[in-house]
Design a protein around this ligand. Structure first.
Ligand code: MMA
Ligand code: CA
Length: 235
């Protein structure tokens, strides 16, 4: 309160000197004018404010740029890791979901694309758990089948002389579970007739019989070929 009153007085007494600072006005209330501060004060204050604003903008811009650059490099690095370490070579194609002239969905070399996934046929026979481990080591899992189209796509590229593990198993009490935790759909199951038939057969293969392609429950230690599946990589 007291300082407000002092300020009002100074302003009233020294109209021509209104731009000088409060402390100076208070310190030299009468007589002595403050010639150095009066005229250069105005442009100097404006200039300083502009400089400060400019500096602030520059700093904000620099900070934003650094943050953006860090994020962008991180993204590039992640993509490089996917590309170089997990899969040496990718096959990419433009699809409907792509912005124009941009590469979009990719599958590693030797993997087959279908819908939003990539599929790899492992030809070395192995138990269910070894087969699933092999898929995991490639960033994938044993194939899950959720539609007739997906079943038809894969059977077209499988050899009818062999059986292949898929990612379906019974952890107990004949409760079928997909390895990726997606629900087991009663409307999209392709058991051969008479299957599943063995309480000691808790893993599932896909193979060809006279009636066509279908699923059969088998013991999990039986060594079979397998099919791995992973989500497409979007670049
Ligand atoms: C038969 C049939 C299947 C069973 C396998 C086990 C060849 O098919 O009984 O249901 O899973 O044998 O080898
Ligand atoms: Ca069986």
């Amino acid at each position: 309160m007291a300082s407000e009153i002092t300020y009002a007085e100074v302003k009233f007494k020294n109209e021509s000197n209104s731009s000088s600072t409060y402390s100076e006005s208070a310190a030299a209330p009468k007589g002595k004018p403050t010639p150095h501060l009066s005229k250069p004060g105005r442009p100097s204050l404006l200039f300083t404010s502009l400089m400060a604003l400019f500096l602030l903008l520059t700093i904000s811009f620099l900070v934003a740029f650094i943050l953006y650059y860090q994020k962008y490099s991180q993204l590039l690095e992640e993509k490089k890791v996917i590309k170089d370490l997990t899969h040496k070579e990718l096959n990419c194609k433009k699809d409907n979901s792509c912005p124009q002239n941009k590469v979009c969905s990719c599958c590693p070399k030797d993997w087959k694309p279908f819908s939003s996934h990539c599929y790899f046929i492992t030809i070395d026979p192995a138990s269910y758990s070894k087969s699933e481990e092999k898929c995991s080591s490639m960033g994938a899992h044993l194939m899950v089948i959720h539609s007739q189209e997906e079943q038809d796509f894969i059977t077209k590229i499988l050899d009818p002389k062999f059986a292949y593990y898929i990612g379906l198993l019974d952890p107990g009490r004949r409760q079928w579970r997909w390895v990726d935790q997606t629900p087991y759909n009663e409307n999209a199951k392709f058991w051969h007739s008479g299957e599943p038939n063995g309480n000691d057969e808790q893993c599932v293969i896909i193979n060809h019989r006279n009636s066509g392609w279908g699923w059969n429950d088998v013991r999990c230690n039986v060594e079979q070929k397998s099919v791995c599946q992973m989500k497409k990589i979007y670049l």
